[in-house]
Design a protein. Structure first.
Length: 225
């Protein structure tokens, strides 16, 4: 049986040029309908990338053959074209330890969650359309800016782990800025793994703010020798 890694490699190789995650998803779904879950594909597009240092820690046994470009597209890795593999940890390296590395890991995870949400905005709310990512405004930088079916702006902020009081203040600042600059109140969605009671109380004071808790699910595939 073809593994997902083999299916992805075969498709990218057949195209012979840069492809987006959406193109890969469409091709794999068409050729192998209902064989794998979308989350499995997302995990492979994280684990199989040569120039993703964290994948070597989180997925040490994955086959790495993809190269991710700065624009988010993928192509087959070539040492001649992309240079030697300088992203793999040296022998004897330990997993990330220390505050600095833990922060880096959190940032990486937050970006991974953003990547998934941007590709699957319907899991947040039906009809959402992407306007931009990491949108810079006068009072900060918004993780994800979207638009709902009524053409209302939707400010989406993503936090890894437990949401803090500061996260509510941050998204309130963005909502206030848009209401003032555009004359129309936007909506806000704050996404985190957990919301302490105090944060939930604070959120009730902000009109049109929704709290969504994410769950990370692991999927497994049976392998044979």
């Amino acid at each position: 049986m073809t593994t997902m890694a083999e299916a992805i490699r075969s498709y990218v190789e057949s195209v012979g040029s840069k492809v987006t995650s959406e193109q890969i998803k469409t091709a794999i779904t068409a050729k192998h309908p209902k064989q794998w879950q979308p989350t499995t594909l997302q995990a492979h597009l994280y684990a199989c990338v040569v120039n993703n240092p964290k994948s070597y820690v989180h997925h040490p046994f994955a086959k790495r053959f993809l190269y991710r470009n700065a624009d988010g597209t993928f192509e087959l890795y070539s040492e001649e074209r992309h240079g030697p593999n300088e992203w793999a940890p040296s022998e004897g390296d330990d997993e990330a330890t220390g505050v600095g590395e833990l922060v880096e890991t959190s940032i990486s995870l937050e970006r991974d969650i953003e990547d998934h949400l941007i590709s699957n905005l319907e899991v947040i709310e039906k009809g959402l359309k992407l306007v931009g990512r990491q949108v810079k405004i006068d009072v900060g930088r918004i993780d994800i800016l979207a638009e709902d079916e009524t053409k209302t702006r939707v400010v989406i902020e993503v936090k890894v782990g437990e949401a803090k009081d500061s996260a509510v203040g941050q998204i309130a600042r963005y909502l206030g800025w848009y209401a003032h600059s555009e004359g129309k109140a936007p909506r806000g969605i704050l996404i985190a793994a957990e919301f302490p009671e105090g944060v939930r109380y604070a959120a009730t004071t902000i009109p049109n703010l929704t709290l969504l808790a994410y769950k990370i699910n692991f999927s497994f595939e049976r392998t044979t020798i």
